[in-house]
Each structure stands twice: as structure tokens, then as C-alpha cells.
Design a protein around this ligand. Structure first.
Ligand SMILES: Cc1cc2nc3c(=O)[nH]c(=O)nc-3n(C[C@H](O)[C@H](O)[C@H](O)COP(=O)(O)O)c2cc1C
Ligand SMILES: [Fe+2]
Ligand SMILES: [Fe+2]
Length: 391
């Protein structure tokens, strides 16, 4: 049994099978579905796991509760949290499900569950006998029905998708059982892929939590923060304020190598300014990582050729996605090769200006292979963007 705090147990599982989270986002280091048992005189279970892992989950739940469960608290109905519910109810048919009003409807549409549901609202409490849980509605982090649960006795915040991360808990459950820095990149990737679109609501949720005494943050995915919960709170505040780090992400694509010739020169310019640089490729690296790095660093330099009168196709998709993810306020430079008609870089620059990105001129569009002058200008572009990220 894995105890999180006094009479609070971990019954979650690690997923190393799923290749794409939500069918979209690669998770080469896996992900965890964290579920918890809270015991007073009565016993509550907080959420379930994705159904391929239901047998392992039920075994753990049985060990901790012998299936004496009075309440099942469903903070969120996305199937990575809820799809084991029907199997669980076979074991505990009389348990009462607590969830938000919107979640009640979703339980019906997804699973035809309509009985033994108690709808809770903002600030409602559940007395377990000896300890009380309080519910806070947290709409749109990550769905409109989502809520979070707070244990008043041990000051544990069961924060659902907020404060979550990709990466399975292979190194222990807690920020004191591993170096939490190993979760840094995967937390940003999870945030930028999954939660970022709802950043306004993340901020609202954070404001709501301000007065709350939080000793432990127990999210639905990733590390449990009990040594230093402020650390994940600070990271989430920074991410939701779009406070990017000084540094530049260079993302490039090339069909025949002409645009490619410029990349090292841009990177040299960035390095001269002494800021970190990540180089990614539109064709080889998954968009999940392109978005993550773009969320992380203030500077972006995009290099791609003209293709059918517009940006290289993968670059177009990236430009579309940063808009869908509402990724605002970056400093950006462009370079790329064309043959007969240019203006692909101009099209891209116009697109990012809608997101309040500052475009560094000139747009380095050149015919065929880059001249020495272009290569010199590319280095200068690297320097300029890098410098601006330090301001
Ligand atoms: C399928 C395809 C479509 C292209 N469309 C355009 C175009 O609309 N306008 C243009 O100026 N060049 C166009 N080109 C030419 C490339 O932009 C040009 O060859 C460029 O140098 C390729 O850069 P790269 O070597 O970095 O791939 C196209 C090339 C290909 C293969
Ligand atoms: Fe979710
Ligand atoms: Fe989730």
C-alpha cells in the first residue's frame, strides 16, 4: 500500500502502452492515472483510471478498501479518469458518486449511469467522519464539468488535470522520491498540449486556490508534490501567465537542402547571445514537441521553403495549431528558400501577428540556395531574436 498522507492511499497505475495520449500526443515516457483512497469513518475513492488498466487498479483498490467504498468522487469525466467506473461499480454497486451537475449528464451519455449520483457545487463538503472534503468547481481545466477536491485534514488538493504531467511514476510517486526536475519538460509538454488552450481558466483556478492552505498537491497525472508543492504551483503560474524563458526555438524544414543551409548560421547567432537554443525539424519532430518548446522559450525562428504558393505544409500545420492553442506573444524570425514566387514567409508573418507575435525584419526569403550575404543576415537574425528574449 502506498500512503500519500495519513489515511490517504495511492491506487493509480502507470500506462506504458498508450502511444498517443488523446490519440494525438506521443508519450514515450508513459503517463500515470492517479487515483486515491481517502479514509475517515467512511471511505471515498477519488477517480478511476483508463480502462485497459482496470484489473491492476481494482486489485489495488481491493487491497486498500476490501471494496468497502461509500463514495466515488469523479472530478472529471474524460475517459482517462472515468472509463473504469462501470467495472468498479460491479464491485461497489451501492457507492454514491459525487460529481458536478455537468458531470452527471456526461456519466449518462458516456456510460448510462443515472443512479446513486449526488451532485455537488462550489464549496460543498462531504463529511467522511473525522475528516471533511471540500469541492471547488474548476470548469475548463480541463473540461466544463471538472472540479477539484480538497482534504481539510491533511490539506491535500486533489487537483485533477491541473498541475499534471506526462511521464509515468517509475521513480516513485513523490517529489521527494525522485529529482522532480526530471518532470520539468514533460510538465511543460503536457501543459502546452492539453491545458494551454484553457489558460484563462487555469488562472482563475489558481486565484481561487490562493487562500487555501495546501500541503500536498495530488494531481491526476504525474508527480505528487508533498515536499515542495509551491514549486509546481509556481511553474503553473508562470506557464499560465505565458512567461516564457529567455531562449530560442529554431524549427526548420527543407525539401532539397537549400533552407537547411541557413540553420547553423541562425543557431550560431543565437549562441553568441548566450541564451539556450533548441533546434527542431518540421518533418521529423512531432508537433507536440514543437508546441512545447514554443511555449517554453520567448524566441522562435522558423525556416521553411515555399510550397504550392504558401508555407511548407508542416509549417502551415504548426501555424494553424499555435492559433488553436492560443499561443501568444513570442518574438519570431523567418528564413526560407523559394524558386519563382515568394511571399510564404510574409503569409506566415501575417498569421502570427494575429497572436501578437513580434516579427523581426527582414524576412529572409531567398531564391534557390542562400548567398553569403543571406548567411550573414541569418546570423544577425539569430542574434537579434536571442537578444530580444533577454529583454
Ligand atoms: C511541390 C513543390 C511546390 C513548390 N511550390 C513553390 C511555389 O509555390 N513557389 C516557389 O517560389 N517555389 C516553389 N517550390 C520551389 C521550392 O520552394 C524551391 O525549390 C526551394 O529552393 C526549396 O527549398 P529547400 O531546398 O529548402 O526544400 C516548390 C517546390 C516543390 C517541390
Ligand atoms: Fe482531461
Ligand atoms: Fe486527464
Amino acid at each position: 500500500m502506498q500512503e500519500v498522507a495519513s489515511d490517504i492511499y495511492y491506487v493509480g497505475v502507470n500506462d506504458h502502452l498508450t502511444e498517443l495520449f488523446e490519440g494525438l500526443w506521443p508519450i514515450p515516457e508513459g503517463v500515470s492515472y492517479n487515483s486515491y483512497v481517502v479514509k475517515g469513518e467512511k471511505t471515498a475513492l477519488i477517480e478511476t483510471v483508463k480502462v485497459p488498466f482496470v484489473d491492476e487498479f481494482l486489485k489495488k483498490v481491493e487491497e486498500v478498501t476490501s471494496f468497502n467504498i461509500d463514495y466515488i468522487i469523479m472530478n472529471h469525466i474524460e475517459p482517462d479518469h472515468s472509463s473504469s467506473l462501470l467495472r468498479l461499480l460491479e464491485k461497489v454497486p451501492n457507492a454514491i458518486i459525487l460529481c458536478s451537475k455537468k458531470a452527471e449528464g456526461m456519466l449518462n451519455t458516456l456510460y448510462r449511469i443515472t443512479e446513486n449520483i449526488r451532485v455537488v457545487g462550489e464549496g460543498d463538503t462531504l463529511d467522511l467522519g473525522g475528516r471533511t472534503l471540500t469541492f471547488f468547481m474548476d470548469p475548463l481545466v480541463h473540461w466544463p464539468e471538472t472540479m477539484i477536491t480538497y482534504d481539510n485534514q491533511e490539506k491535500v488538493l486533489f487537483s485533477c488535470d491541473a498541475f499534471g504531467s506526462y511521464k509515468a511514476l517509475d521513480f516513485g510517486l513523490f517529489d521527494d522520491s525522485c529529482d522532480p526536475d526530471i518532470f520539468f519538460e514533460e510538465t511543460i509538454r503536457y501543459f502546452s498540449n492539453i491545458v494551454a488552450k484553457y489558460v484563462k481558466y487555469v488562472k482563475k483556478a489558481m486565484e481561487k486556490l490562493e487562500g487555501l492552505d495546501i500541503k500536498i498537491i495530488a494531481p491526476a497525472h504525474g508527480l505528487i508534490w508533498r515536499k515542495d508543492p509551491q514549486r509546481i504551483i509556481d511553474l503553473y503560474i508562470r506557464l499560465s501567465d505565458r512567461m516564457a524563458l529567455p531562449g530560442v526555438t529554431v524549427i526548420w524544414g527543407s525539401m532539397y537542402g537549400n533552407t537547411a543551409k541557413v540553420v547553423n548560421h541562425v543557431v550560431d547567432g543565437i549562441k553568441e547571445e548566450g541564451v539556450p537554443v533548441t533546434v527542431l525539424n518540421f518533418s521529423k519532430d512531432h508537433l507536440s514537441y514543437l508546441i512545447k518548446e514554443t511555449w517554453k522559450y520567448k524566441g522562435v525562428i522558423l525556416g521553411f521553403p515555399v510550397y504550392d504558393g504558401g508555407p511548407f505544409l508542416n509549417a502551415s500545420y504548426y501555424l494553424h495549431l499555435i492559433k488553436r492553442k492560443d499561443l501568444r506573444e513570442r518574438v519570431v524570425g523567418f528564413f526560407g528558400s523559394s524558386m519563382w514566387s515568394g511571399r510564404a514567409l510574409k503569409q506566415a508573418a501575417d498569421q502570427v501577428q494575429e497572436l501578437d507575435w513580434e516579427v523581426v525584419e527582414p524576412l529572409l526569403e531567398f531564391k534557390g540556395s542562400p548567398s553569403d550575404e543571406i548567411l550573414e543576415q541569418a546570423k544577425e537574425l539569430g542574434r537579434t531574436v536571442a537578444r530580444k528574449t533577454k529583454e
